[in-house]
Design a protein around this ligand. Structure first.
Ligand code: PLP
Length: 402
């Protein structure tokens, strides 16, 4: 047999635009770790890396399911008791016109599946800038161009309505609204939600309401669901166990389809088809959904208290540090401070890892408005750790830019 030469197998060209800075940065961190330094990870929104634990009654529910032999495939849309619990949650969120609910392997899968079920080649989807980079990664994977709308930093990072209006094209099929927001920590006002719903109504758009942080509200206000404000508009509301219920490793998310029945019927059938094609979400972990949504919610009191203190510490630091300013986050566990520096925020973030062993994510990794510079902090660590990290960031700013 002739010896064939080994050939390089090229990855699909579509992947050139797939970026996920939150994890891509880990390459630099590995380099520093190899030199024997410990990296402080303020890049990934994983509460389990810090002093938060999955509530024990959720663990018990999954353990029991495994012991009871719930280890085969589950029904494609999800197990009945989880679907019932999600419908109950939709009720509590005042979503009146629920047409369907389904369970996925994390909200990451909900996003992939719902975008794939909607968009044709040449279509576009409005995504926020800055955004959570999964959305742009999925669009790139599908070979679709980005069409972003601005979040306005001068207006507490609320969506800029005039920009949304300007960006709607004849091929725009939907809009993504992340509320509470990653990476800015903003929470949308009811008035804003009503205005966005009006635009969706006028232009026949599907709204993707990513509300994965809806129970992590840090001030007195509430997270209003856009699906509750606009029962007639087609909305898929995303939720899951990763953040509110401190179980990101279980990979459990869900979608709630609402809106006028005839409007969402075909699209929902598309979603169901894709759910069947990928068999099912993680089976035993689905038993934690009812336990989470209907069981004790005590952990949330403690989580919000810790996050509030850590948010306040972050703001005190940002307000007293030269070259830094920050819109106060009101939900989730992220701050997105602006930095006034002469070089790119990606350069600063790389140097921060290399020199100070602190890992945050550069604003350009979230597709921020060109010309602006930010970084995203995950304020999940305890106060002494955050204080150390912030001192290191201030030191680098001082050393590099005087
Ligand atoms: N949506 C937003 C806004 C997120 O911040 C995240 C994770 O950080 C996800 C979706 C993905 O969540 P999951 O762990 O459920 O896949």
């Amino acid at each position: 047999m002739p010896i064939t030469q080994t050939r390089e197998i090229a990855a699909a060209t579509r992947l050139e635009n797939v970026r996920y800075a939150i994890r891509d940065l880990a390459c630099y961190a590995d380099e520093v770790a190899r030199q024997g330094h410990k990296i402080l990870p303020l890049n990934i929104g994983d509460p389990i890396n810090f002093d938060f634990q999955t509530p024990p009654h959720l663990i018990e529910a999954v353990y029991k399911a495994m012991r009871d032999g719930k280890n085969g495939y589950a029904p494609s849309p999800g197990i009945k008791e989880a679907l019932d619990a999600i419908r109950g949650e939709a009720d509590r969120k005042r979503i009146a016109s629920v047409r369907d609910v389904f369970v996925t392997s994390g909200v990451s899968e909900t996003v992939d599946l719902c975008l794939t079920a909607l968009l044709n080649p040449g279509d576009d989807l409005l995504t926020p800038s800055p955004d959570y980079p999964l959305y742009s990664a999925v669009l790139a994977k599908m070979g679709l161009k980005l069409n972003t709308y601005d979040l306005n930093e001068d207006d507490g990072w609320q969506p800029e309505l005039s920009d949304i209006r300007r960006k709607i094209t004849p091929r725009t099929r939907g809009i993504v609204l992340i509320n509470p927001n990653n990476p800015t920590g903003s929470v949308s006002t009811r008035k804003m939600l009503e205005n966005i719903a009006d635009l969706a109504r006028q232009h026949n758009l599907v709204i993707f309401a990513d509300e994965i942080y809806d129970k992590l509200i840090l001030d007195d206000d509430m997270c209003v669901s856009i699906a509750a404000v606009a029962p007639d508009v087609p909305v898929v509301t995303f939720g899951g166990l990763s953040k509110n219920y401190l179980a990101p490793g279980w990979r459990i998310g869900w979608g709630i389809v609402s809106g006028e029945a005839t409007a969402v019927k075909q699209y929902n059938e598309g979603i169901q088809k894709l759910l069947r094609a990928r068999l099912c979400a993680n089976h035993p972990e689905q038993y934690a959904i009812k336990a989470a949504l209907e069981g004790p919610q005590d952990h949330l009191i403690e989580v919000r208290k810790k996050l509030r203190n850590r948010r306040d510490l972050t703001l005190r630091w940002a307000n007293s540090t030269p070259r830094v300013s920050c819109v106060p986050p009101r939900g989730a566990f992220y701050a997105f401070p602006r930095i006034d520096i002469p070089e790119g925020d990606d350069v600063f973030v790389r140097e921060l890892i290399l020199q100070k062993h602190v890992m945050v994510v550069h604003g350009s990794g979230f597709g921020q408005k060109p010309g602006t510079k930010h970084f995203r902090i995950v304020f999940l660590p305890n106060e002494p750790t955050l204080t150390r990290a912030y001192a290191a960031i201030a030191e680098l700013l001082q050393e590099r830019y005087r």
